[in-house]
Write a protein that binds this ligand. Structure first.
Ligand code: AVI
Length: 329
């Protein structure tokens, strides 16, 4: 671990390094179906673009989820209980967390976990002003890998992980189940998971959400190539690739790709990466579930679905799951 101090903020830093980034990009671009991990979308520019996506009407997830949270926050807080240690995976700017924090008056501590150091430091400072007395223990990490949780000063009654935004949809089904198992081990027996899960719906709605009229999603997708150019000294021509997103009903997921518009070769150090016209790099999957499918996956990971809240259109769900695994002595 590498705790760093920034004006009194103790940041627990496990951010993956440059070598891992390079290795994962090269390995993805060497596959038959080329792919890039979607977790790398979120550099500074990518995080800004994602923020813009979240303000679009067509991208229904943030406003639908926030409305569900605001309507049912009292019930949620009751389930979380007294002196909860709240851990948020992929905390970003903590907009939705604030809905909970406004009502959690006896919280033990809050642990925001994010891959962006700048974002974490910024949000920790803001929370210190807006919630004086709240212990905030920021962790900079790629939460899909292991990291140590910091110890809060106050003893907690229960550990609850908050994982909003349907980011669980960005995992393929087997890694999604393994990730839920990992969360179960973090929150322990009797602990909870408050999670946002996007639901299956009319593909027309999904198409609009991932092909917005202002092309912000296209810029977000292409920014991954810009990041790779900048950080890995690569020579992708952004105008020779095109954003392509569609709903795959058989797999129940929206797929985002970057399609090569011509025959071309990209260079990463001394490695030449050929592209045929029409060949794609698969950059993201966004799985949509029905309530039964998600319940089955949660059960396989040791969770019981305690409560589900949805919007009127049944486009999105917020769910409270309880870890049913037995304590081992
Ligand atoms: C972060 N994640 C849940 C978003 C999604 O909908 O899969 C990322 C995103 N990709 C395109 N638009 C938004």
């Amino acid at each position: 671990m590498n705790p760093k101090k920034d004006n009194q903020i103790r940041l627990h830093d496990f951010k993956p390094g440059h070598e891992r980034f390079r290795a994962e990009i090269l390995s993805g671009l060497s596959k038959g179906q080329k792919e890039l991990p979607s977790k790398y979308f979120y550099d500074e520019q990518g995080s800004q673009l994602f923020k813009r996506i979240c303000s679009l009407d067509e991208y229904y997830i943030p406003h639908t989820e926030a409305a569900i949270m605001k309507t049912h926050v009292q019930e949620m807080v009751e389930l979380l209980g007294r002196r909860v240690l709240l851990i948020e995976y992929g905390s970003g700017d903590c907009t939705k967390t604030r809905i909970l924090l406004d009502y959690l008056d006896d919280i033990a501590a809050f642990v925001p976990i994010d891959i962006s150091r700048e974002q974490l430091l910024h949000v920790t400072k803001e929370l210190a002003v807006d919630y004086p007395g709240l212990e905030v223990l920021p962790v900079c990490a790629d939460y899909t890998s292991g990291f140590e949780l910091p110890a809060p000063k106050r003893l907690s009654v229960r550990v609850v992980v908050y994982f909003p935004g349907s980011t669980i949809g960005n995992f393929d089904p087997i890694p999604a189940k393994l990730f839920l198992e990992h969360i179960a081990s973090v929150c322990g027996p009797g602990g909870g998971l408050l999670i946002g899960v996007d639901l299956k719906k009319d593909p027309v709605v999904l198409h609009r959400a991932y092909n917005d009229s202002q092309s912000v999603t296209a810029a977000f997708n292409l920014n991954l190539l810009e990041r790779i150019n900048r950080e890995l000294n690569c020579d992708f021509r952004l105008d020779w690739f095109e954003h392509y997103a569609f709903y795959n009903p058989r797999e129940g997921r929206v797929e985002m790709h970057l399609v090569s518009l011509r025959d071309q070769t990209v260079h990463l150090d001394n490695v030449a990466i050929p592209f045929a016209p029409g060949e794609s790099i698969w950059t993201e999957s966004s799985y949509k579930y029905n309530l039964y499918e998600f319940e089955q996956m949660a059960a396989a990971a040791g969770f019981r679905v305690e409560q589900v809240w949805t919007d009127e259109r049944q486009w999105f769900s917020v769910q409270y799951l309880v870890n049913m695994t037995e304590a081992t002595s």
